[in-house]
Write a protein that binds this ligand. Sequence first.
Ligand code: AKB
Length: 318
Amino acid sequence: MKRILVVGAGGQIGTELVPHLQKLYGKDNVISADLKDEQVEKMRAFGVAEKLDATDAQGFAAAVKKYKVDAIFNLVALLSATGEKMPQVAWNINIGALLNSLNIAKEFGCSVFTPSSIGAFGTSTPHDMTPQDTIMRPNTIYGVCKVTGELLSDYYFTRFGVDTRSVRFPGIISNGALPGGGTTDYAVEVFYEIIKPGHHYTCEVPHDSYMDMMYMPDALKAVTDLMEADPAKLKHRNSFNIASMSFTPEILFEAIKKRIPDATFDYNVDPIKAAIADSWPNQMDDSCAREEWGWKPVWDMEAVIDDMLAACRRKAGL
Ligand code: AKB
């Protein structure tokens, strides 16, 4: 990868992936693109940025041509909970941006990274140590888009030779930009809320819902390690299970309470989020990623809690 275009760069992942890529490939070789003016303005302060609607094929292709891009990172997506409120919009955006990424990559000879998710699985998937290759019948439009994305990406690789690669992300915990509209968002929001006076957090996910989670530094390393992996070693491409920790809200909150003894938690369960969380794996088996490209996470839950509390306190000036 020499020249990278990140579409949907203003979101939770893009905000931290862009500086990570800039460090590895040089500031001028990473082009951030987003739909929203305010995001593009912010991104211009730190590097090359373009206003771009990734569902607009012509504008997208023009940006790839203008910057002589050879790798596309497609981060455009409506997340799981928002997707359930507007399924048609979610399909149009998620699949529109994906198809454009694949077709433009085919035309201009680019590689493509598109994240998949634990959301690609559903209630009929084995929930414990969810295998790499297993039943994938998701119960959300977000998941339907993710499975479609995995299949299309593999198809563009086998049929047209487009170098497509992907990981199934767990819920990502981070302290750059807030996530929005996801089922796993509670595991980020709680840190911002619990340091405020009153030290209280109301959670919309049931106390006993196990889901895979990952800290952003591990997620970023996964993306670049996979994109740099020797293609001869990849038996899979779209998409690899990657895992590092799995917990319920109750487990996370108890561990936070050990650090903030007057912290209190309660639940106002959102039935949509509860159903989604219930349909997702408790913990994925990521042995294929470990074997095929050396995936090895560093962060566990206790270390993440310490780091998130420190970062959120710094951000809040505490
Ligand atoms: C969501 O909750 O929708 C996302 C995801 C796990 O893909 N964070």
